[in-house]
Design a protein around this ligand. Sequence first.
Ligand SMILES: Nc1ncnc2c1ncn2[C@@H]1O[C@H](COP(=O)(O)OP(=O)(O)OP(=O)(O)O)[C@@H](O)[C@H]1O
Ligand SMILES: [Mg+2]
Length: 263
Amino acid sequence: MTQPTPAETPAQTPAPHANGEVANPHADAPTVAELNGVRKVYYKPDGSIMVEALRGVDIAVHEGEYVAIMGASGSGKSTLMNILGCLDQPTDGQYLLAGKDINEMDDEGLSQFRGRTIGFVFQAFNLIPQLTVEDNVAVPLFYQGVDPAERRRRAVEKLTLVGLGERLGHRPRELSGGQQQRVAIARSLIAEPKVLMADEPTGNLDSRTGEEILTLFEKLHAEGMTILMVTHDDSVADRCERVIRLKDGVVEWDRRLRTRGSV
Ligand SMILES: Nc1ncnc2c1ncn2[C@@H]1O[C@H](COP(=O)(O)OP(=O)(O)OP(=O)(O)O)[C@@H](O)[C@H]1O
Ligand SMILES: [Mg+2]
């Protein structure tokens, strides 16, 4: 019996959006994040392997892309996002952030470079309860030694961008979940990063409030921001340009859906 060629074989797990796949309009833009053969192993205290969370991941994200990272629970999404966000280091493989090999930087150099390059948004907002909204947003500038007047000017600018210019003096607990996440996004943008990274940014929000965040991301993307977001929600991923699906620590598929925004 003649075996069908791969082209004739239907994909075993058809991608939901295979029909809408398009070429990458950002392919000529510089690469913001590039992983080559990245592995991440978690070890037991006795030195034996506990989990191989990433088993050889190759991904290149170009400036201006809007990417969703999907996959079942335990597939390695957070592990991958933490490596992309320089919150954790790969066990093996190379990570080029904005063209620079992070392995070649010392801790201080990496911390500075990370601060200028990446804005990171957490599912749980991670705001400081005692500080006002304005001061929360300005925190990264404090660590960069920016003077108070300039910190204030830039915090107001970013809070206005996320639609919270009227809430400067509020404390986080006086805001809704969606508003708190918008404060966290304003904070992530304060140092004018090249890329915004978010692990389940709508995960703690109801769908209507999650919508506020997606609308904001779409606006940022239309203005040219590169966005990488972990989500387990198909309706959220549907609104991105590209979906990377992880399975058991490897890329199962990587598809471009459409172009959006300014491109
Ligand atoms: N600090 C850790 N120590 C040991 N194992 C870990 C650690 N963090 C994650 N793992 C394991 O690595 C694998 C990938 O975990 P990860 O958190 O990246 O998954 P995920 O895709 O983000 O899942 P979820 O959708 O539930 O958030 C899992 O098997 C997990 O148990
Ligand atoms: Mg996770």
